[in-house]
Write a protein that binds this ligand. Structure first.
Ligand code: NAG
Ligand code: NAG
Ligand code: ZN
Length: 596
């Protein structure tokens, strides 16, 4: 799961990927848009206000170069529910199977058994082959082999970097881009001190009649076993795909994906090439009740990331003759200055989070009336946009999701009480707004500390550039750097006006309906979301522009479904798992018939 804080940034992006972000400031030229709007006789394009909103661009191109603009009457375009046509009978009969008690018992056993094989990944693990802890994945592979016999006799399995799993289900039409489904095998370690606090032991996979308990039950064995349960069932029903299906299961997502997804990415690039998949679904957002409406939120973007190391040096000596400010004192002032100057968050029309709020305005009946009005007007009015922002930012988590955040997470300095510290450092973790960049953050932090560097007479180097006069006498040094060399740009935004997004949205709607015997297109609304952390998809940007981070779970339902992710008492509501199997089945069948 990506909404998390405990992953180590060791990841190095493949170089083909790091340039992939097409985000350019000011890419929406107001003049062009004015002409367009005049041609259409409608002056309601958000991009008209592009110039008023500087420095944040009012509209932005997604990675296919489509500009996102909102018409007042089209705040949150919705796809219709999509059910298989050619394979509708197969789909219906599998639906009945999924409703049977026999299948449900089997599904509970599939996921429970997977939870019972611990696959913990730890921070800073050594390479595969050297670090023995990776061998925990061997029994998990044995479990999969034993539990999904048809998959293992039909699909082609390649083990990448020993523990990475790539399954290929060949389609009869090799010209069709395969569907790519991803999940991760590893789970967050269980803190041994907290084992007693678990209602049921963390690796019990215990089923209490309603929930399956244990580490990984939700994150992300529900995804991985959900995919395999769906495919095993399709195979049992005799389904033979026209479009290929490829499964990519990394094994260290929780600690950066450096050994797993990074290697799988390389393998997939070599085997299939860039832009070679129809679409990719990996773990991510789910669906939840929001303001009176059920809203599914597939992640179409991920925030960026950088850990900035702030290092101060100054002369040491005996602490009986101290200077007014020691190295630690100076560092402290720098850090206080950081916290007194948080990044300004700005709700901007060109961002997925704004599109999501437009979906709330269009479809959530219990949204406060004033906010709805402001959001609707905000399409063309900057004043209304500010009013909507003010209201929405009352939620701390919404505010954090929109902007670049900063958190001082590490500090170190000093060795002895009678010696002045010569060195002190801290690491500031930033999650970078989807409409910002690593460069923006570096520039911002560099500027932020300039005055204090001068005041303390420090020679200042930031991200490799010397900012004070080279060789000029100084009292000490201040150095800013990318702490582990793992900065990550915000992910390219997956297009939401593409047929692939309609395929996903329509599949979500059809699954939701089928699981509850509903009909119609508005039982669940699909709205774009963003992830504040990073999934394995960070390595897969170049494989397809259509990347959706989505678990068909109601993870946001605190009275209901998945809970305890990354902490004690992780569990999965069995019914949510059955629905997830239905989702993957529907997706595979719909993708099989999909024509762009
Ligand atoms: C900065 O520190 C150096 C070394 O201690 C000293 O020579 C120089 O005069 C100081 N400059 C200022 C402006 O205090
Ligand atoms: C949330 O969970 C409760 C209790 O399990 C359930 O009654 C409700 O329908 C759920 N809401 C959604 C949106 O699934
Ligand atoms: Zn996960």
């Amino acid at each position: 799961m990506a909404l998390k804080d405990d992953f180590v940034k060791e990841a190095l992006l493949p170089s083909t990927v790091s340039d992939a972000s097409p985000r350019k400031k000011g890419s929406c030229r107001a003049g062009l848009v004015v002409v367009k709007a005049l041609l259409l006789g409608l002056s309601v394009w958000a991009c008209l206000n592009a110039l008023d909103l500087a420095p944040v661009p009012a509209c932005m191109k997604d990675r296919l170069g489509h500009e996102r603009e909102w018409k007042a009457d089209e705040q949150c375009p919705q796809a219709t529910a999509v059910v298989p046509k050619k394979n509708v009978e197969l789909w219906s009969s599998l639906g009945k199977t999924f409703d049977s008690d026999a299948f449900k018992a089997r599904a509970v056993e599939w996921i429970g058994g997977a939870v019972r094989v611990p696959t913990q990944s730890y921070d800073k693990m050594g390479p595969v082959g050297e670090d023995k802890r990776w061998e925990a994945f061997g029994p998990f592979h044995d479990y999969l082999l034993k539990s999904f016999p048809l998959i293992h006799s039909t699909l082609e399995l390649t083990k990448v970097n020993t523990w990475g799993l790539v399954y290929v289900w060949k389609g009869s039409d090799a010209s069709l881009k395969p569907l790519l489904l991803a999940a991760h095998q590893d789970v967050v370690p269980v803190n041994p001190d907290t084992v007693d606090e678990w209602t049921h032991p963390p690796f019990s996979g215990y089923f209490d009649g309603e929930r399956i308990w244990g580490r990984g039950s939700s994150d992300d064995k529900s995804g991985l076993i959900g995919i395999l349960s769906s495919i095993e069932s399709l195979l049992e029903a005799g389904f033979q795909p026209t479009r290929g299906v490829v499964l990519a299961f990394g094994f260290d997502e929780e600690t950066s994906g450096l050994h797993g997804a990074a290697a799988i990415s390389k393998y997939l690039h070599e085997t299939y090439g860039e832009n070679s998949f129809l679409l990719l679904v990996d773990e991510g957002g789910g669906f939840a009740q929001e303001y009176g409406s059920v809203i599914a939120t597939p992640g179409i973007a991920e925030k960026g990331y950088i850990d900035v190391r702030v290092e101060v040096t100054s002369p040491g000596g005996h602490s009986s003759v101290p200077p007014q400010h020691t190295t630690i004192g100076i560092l402290s002032q720098l850090l206080v200055h950081y916290e007194e100057n948080p990044y300004e968050a700005k709700l901007s029309r060109g961002t997925p989070i704004y599109w999501k709020s437009q979906c709330l305005a269009a479809y959530a009946p219990d949204l406060p009336g004033e906010l709805r009005k402001a959001l609707k007007k905000s399409v063309k009015s900057d004043k209304a946009l500010k009013a909507a922002q003010k209201e929405l930012f009352k939620s701390k988590s919404f505010h954090a999701l929109v902007g670049t955040t900063q958190a001082i997470d590490l500090i170190n300095g000093g060795v002895k009480t009678n010696a002045l510290p010569e060195l002190a450092w801290a690491v500031v973790n930033h999650r970078i707004a989807t409409d910002s960049s690593v460069g923006d953050v570096q520039a911002h932090d560099t500027e932020l500390l300039k005055q204090l560097a001068h005041q303390f007479n420090l020679s200042y180097t930031a991200f490799g550039s010397q900012l004070t006069e080279e060789g000029a006498p100084a009292y000490g040094t201040l150095t800013l750097s990318d702490a582990w060399g793992t900065a990550l740009a915000p992910a390219p935004i997956s297009p939401i006006d593409a047929p692939e997004y309609a395929l996903l949205s329509g599949t979500i709607k059809a699954t939701y309906n089928a699981h509850r015997s509903l009909t119609g297109d508005e039982n669940i609304v699909v709205a774009p979301g963003i992830m504040s952390g990073n999934t394995d998809t960070r390595y897969y940007w170049a494989l397809t522009p259509h990347i959706y981070r989505y678990n068909h779970h109601n993870g946001g339902n605190t009275t209901g479904i998945a809970s305890g992710v990354h902490t004690i008492n992780e569990f999965l509501v069995a019914d949510a798992f059955y629905e997830q199997i239905r989702f993957f089945t529907t997706l595979i069948l719909n993708a099989d018939e999909f024509q762009a």
